[in-house]
Design a protein around this ligand. Structure first.
Ligand SMILES: [Zn+2]
Length: 329
């Protein structure tokens, strides 16, 4: 999802979520972190880093040789009322959604959500980062999201140095997913990493889109932008088939949206991006999110991704549900 203050109609169409500029969001909200267990069991090695308040900002799952780390950038309420964003959901869908993600249901019908990135750590310690959160104060998400995000600190907590990150996957070019691509000084945060995005995503941007000036142009100037077309193998562990990290086109939320499939032999994790943004779309994949770029494509993508994930008993790693890893179904 994405939202910006002073949003244009085009920006709304691209996935923004409300015209309310929540510039009054303060440190209290910005600092709220994920505090609940993820509820999965029997799904491999779990790890975590807790702060003094018992809040877990780093949660790990092992997938064969790959360690998948959920990194919480921020948490906060979303503008508007939840049900206005998912008008196609039936009562039974909401009931299932609330059982899966009770923390998403705030007071007065508000939507409470995490803003999460993921890291895939390979043997030897090299890291692929998937999305970069809402970013610092002054980032494009600042008009509506609870900035500052905490990603730099959370990476440190996860034992990941900037130099360890050799690739950054951007699932799509919405402001809550690219916030830490550059730091407050406008220079790339991960200068040793290629930043991989689908060409269709870049090609869909309007000339005045903030993503161009904030992400695409600085990365291009630094020689760090890699545009890919379609399904793309990002890394393999070199020890046989079925152990790989692969980019999978998942269009609909945006034109060039992509997800990341982590295959670790017997364990698969799908880093979904915004294929589903709320548990109600896990409960019923046919439920549209109000600001999808192409609702029909988004529905088709969601149904196919969830069906395949169920077939493989995959774990879903979503950006905005209040649990870092959930079963596919
Ligand atoms: Zn999002």
């Amino acid at each position: 999802m994405s939202g910006l203050s002073g949003m244009s109609r085009r920006e709304l169409a691209r996935g923004a979520v409300g015209a309310v500029a929540l510039t009054a969001w303060g440190p209290a909200l910005a600092g709220r972190a994920y505090a609940a267990g993820d509820g999965t069991s029997g799904d491999g090695t779990a790890g975590g880093t807790a702060d003094g308040a018992g809040q877990r900002r780093v949660v790990a799952r092992q997938a064969g040789p790959f360690e998948v780390l959920a990194l919480l950038d921020a948490h906060g309420p979303f503008p508007g009322r939840t049900r206005d964003h998912f008008t196609g959901a039936a009562e039974r869908d909401w009931e299932r959604a609330e059982r899966l993600d009770p923390a998403a249901f705030g007071p007065d019908g508000t939507w409470e959500l995490d803003f999460r990135c993921y890291a895939v750590r390979r043997p030897g310690g090299r890291v692929t980062l998937v999305d970069t959160g809402i970013g610092p104060v002054g980032s494009p998400a600042s008009g509506w999201a609870p900035v500052p995000g905490r990603l730099p600190r959370v990476l440190t907590e996860a034992g990941i140095g900037v130099a360890d990150v050799d690739s950054v996957v951007l699932t799509h070019l919405h402001s809550d997913h690219y916030g830490w691509v550059v730091g407050p000084d406008g220079t790339p945060m991960f200068p040793g990493a290629r930043h991989v995005v689908q060409h269709a995503e870049v090609a869909s941007l309007d000339p005045g889109d903030t993503s161009l000036s904030y992400v695409v142009e600085p990365l291009r100037a630094a020689g760090l932008l890699q545009e890919v077309d379609g399904r793309t193998r990002l890394v393999g562990d070199g020890r046989g088939r079925g152990r790989a990290v692969t980019l999978v086109p998942t269009p609909g939320h945006t034109a060039g949206h992509q997800s990341v499939l982590v295959e670790g032999g017997s364990r698969r994790v799908v880093v979904t991006g915004d294929v589903l943004v709320h548990a109600v779309q896990w409960a019923n994949p046919a439920v549209a999110y109000r600001f999808e770029h192409d609702p029909a494509a988004a529905r088709d993508t969601r149904e196919r991704l969830l069906a395949e994930a169920r077939r493989h008993r995959s774990l879903l790693a979503t950006a905005h549900l209040n649990r870092p890893f959930i079963p596919a179904g």
